[in-house]
Design a protein around this ligand. Sequence first.
Ligand SMILES: N[C@@H](CCC(=O)N[C@@H](CS)C(=O)NCC(=O)O)C(=O)O
Ligand SMILES: [Fe+2]
Length: 392
Amino acid sequence: MNNEMNNNMSNNVNNEMNKEMNSAKNVIQLFDQNSSTFTYILFDESSREAAIIDPVDQHIERDLAALDGQKLKLKWVIETHAHADHLTSAGALAQRTGARTAVPAQCGIGGADTMLNDGTTMALGADKIAAIHTPGHTAGSMCFIWRDALFTGDTLLIGGCGRTDFQSGNAGAMYDAITQKLFSLPDATRVLPAHDYKGRLESTIGEEKRSNPRLAGKSRDEFIQIMNELNLPPPKLIDIALPANQRLGASADGLPECNVQPAADYAGNLPIALAHDWWQRGAAVIVDVRTQAERDWVGMVPGTVSVPWKKYPGMAVNPDFDATLKAQIANNKPVLFLCRSGVRSIDAARRAQSLGYTAYNILEGFEGDPDAARHRSTHNGWRHAGYAWVQD
Ligand SMILES: N[C@@H](CCC(=O)N[C@@H](CS)C(=O)NCC(=O)O)C(=O)O
Ligand SMILES: [Fe+2]
């Protein structure tokens, strides 16, 4: 099955279709539009035991609802590798369900219940999920085989493969892993990858052997050359995602880092503390969308870039917003939008996302919400949290 689907379809439609398409085989395929990541829930129909592979932080409620909807008991939370492009909810899911976390031993991921090596199996009902070590995208990357389904992570993608240019990637190792380990599986084996960037859902080993343009009829040296010439930009979230995912999504103080609320047209809503944390680590930039007058009178976060969303007089939308943003902000890190109370910054984040940025809205803003006396900075917001700010 190699269905072309409209990439812009809404998440819900996508999920519903995916569910319907795959439920017969007891694999629920779910999609994260921000990172084009597939999460899989596989389950044994009689025992109702389930495993989830590569869950994404923003979708924890959706995933719990999917488990609930099928009356499943989550037994395993499995990662194919330490992801660089999105945050995992593995730690939080295990906390909330009592499931065991299982991760490849060589991915530098701490805090998991089970460390997986080549051939390690995990019981699910009467069958077993087996780990296959497939180095290449990262040194520790794994695929998982269960019944006729092969979960290929970022090793084998549909008509492609994961990149090999960062995180201990190795093109030669990937060629060997795919051609020797994966291509020796039966042709009818279903290929269920961790990503597809073109709206495709699944493939088979036979189809990939026949038609994968990087592999079919290609020698090891040719494959290495193709991979070396890809020249892809680094994932935008790499500086945030990698350290967090190596703690199963938990932040440095042990709390789950999974409190980013999903949003329709931008990457998500960030609590003040998380925005501050990302900014401090240099993993994101903050854009202040208030007017220069507000920055001068009320105060500002030092080092933040000013790109007003609205302008005096009349507070009409600033016609120079796009041009100013593009001139001042490189598109290589997430951009966090800050305004007075977290409302104006939603529109700015939506706009920035449509311009190609990974844009977040900072909840509560610089001054926070008003209290009963209509005073701000009394109970929430950046200034109330005590983070750095200046007033000229
Ligand atoms: N533009 C994406 C890049 C995503 C990316 O690099 N994905 C990795 C998997 S983590 C990959 O192997 N991509 C293969 C490709 O883009 O061909 C982002 O910023 O997140
Ligand atoms: Fe990856």
